[in-house]
Design a protein around this ligand. Sequence first.
Ligand code: ADP
Ligand code: MG
Length: 339
Amino acid sequence: MSKLLNLSNLVSGDIAIDLGTANTLIWIKGKGICVNEPSVVAVSVIDDKVIAVGNEANAMVGKTHNDIKTVRPLKDGVIADFKMTDGMIQGFVRKINISRIARPRMVICIPSGVTDVERRAVRESAERANASEVYLVEEPMAAAIGIGIDISLPKGNMIVDIGGGTTEIAVISLNGIVVIQAIRIAGDEQDEAIISWFKNEHKLEIGQRTSEKIKCNVGSAIRSKGTTIAVKGRDLVSGIPKTIEVSSDEIRQALADTIHQIQTAVKKALENTPPELASDIIEYGIILTGGGAKLKGLDQHIRNKTGLPVHVSEEPLLSVVKGTGMILEDIKKYQDILI
Ligand code: ADP
Ligand code: MG
C-alpha cells in the first residue's frame, strides 16, 4: 500500500484497467502495471457500504462475520451486480490516487460477453471515478495486442484466454474478431471440480483456496510421473479435520471434464473459422493465455486433440493488462478497435 501511496504526488496520468473475473490489473500511462489484485469487494451487509477492495477484501474471504460479506462482482463473466462492480472500480481507482485536477482518460478491458447495458454501467462507473474519456476494449483483442501480435494484418490468430470465470476463444484478423466462442468454464470451475472430487471420492470437505492451491501446484491436463500430496480438510462423516494422501493423478482426473469442455469449445471455434484464416492457424498455431493457461500440460493436451501447434503466452496473467496499456499509450493507433 505504501508503495502505491508514494505515487500519489506523481500520478496525474491516464490509466488502463483489466477488469478480470478473478484479478483486476491497472496500468498507469508511462509507468506500467501498478495494481494487480483479486477482483473482490468486501461490503457491509447493513448499508451496502464498500469496506475494502482487492487484497484487503480477499484476506477477509471465508473469515467474515454476519455484518460483512465478500463478493466477486464479475465471477461468471457477466456484471451480475452493478453496484458491487461500481464499488470495486471506485475502490481500485482510489487506491492509485490519481490526480483530482487532471481528469484521466481510461481504457477498460471487459469480457467479450458483456451486454450493452453492462458496458454502459462500466462506462458510467469510470465517469464517476473522474474519467474524462472512457474507452472500452474487448478482452481477446487486448490479449492479442499484449502478446505482441499485429492484429491489423490480414492474418488469422486464435487466442484462447482462460480466466477465472470464463474461457474466451477468439479468431482475430484485420482489427476485428471474426469468431468468438465464450464458455463459463475456466479456473473457478476447476477449483469447484477438485472440491467435488474430494467430497465424492474421499468424503472430505476442502475450501476453495486449498482447492486452487492444489490445482496450481499439482494440477495437470495430461498423465505425468505421479507424486502424492497431502490434503487437509474436514471429514464429512466424523466432522473432524484430517489430512489424507492422494496421488497427483487424481487431480488430473478431477480436472478432466473441465478440460474436455475447454477443448471442445476450441474445436467448435476452429469449425467456425473461415478456411483462409484456418490455414493461418494451422501454420502459426493457437495461443493460450490467462491464468488458466498455466495449468500443466494444457498446451500438450490441446496439441494432441487438435493436431495444431499450441503455444502458451509469456506471463499469461499479464497479457490483457499489457495490451490494454499498449492501447492507452497510443489511443489514436488503436481507435478502430475501441468501443
Ligand atoms: P481473469 O482474467 O478472469 O481475472 P486470470 O487471467 O487472472 O483471470 O486467471 C485467473 C485464474 O487462473 C484463476 O482461476 C487461477 O486459479 C488460475 N491460475 C493461476 N495460476 C495457475 C496455475 N499455475 N495453474 C492453473 N491455474 C492457474
Ligand atoms: Mg482476463
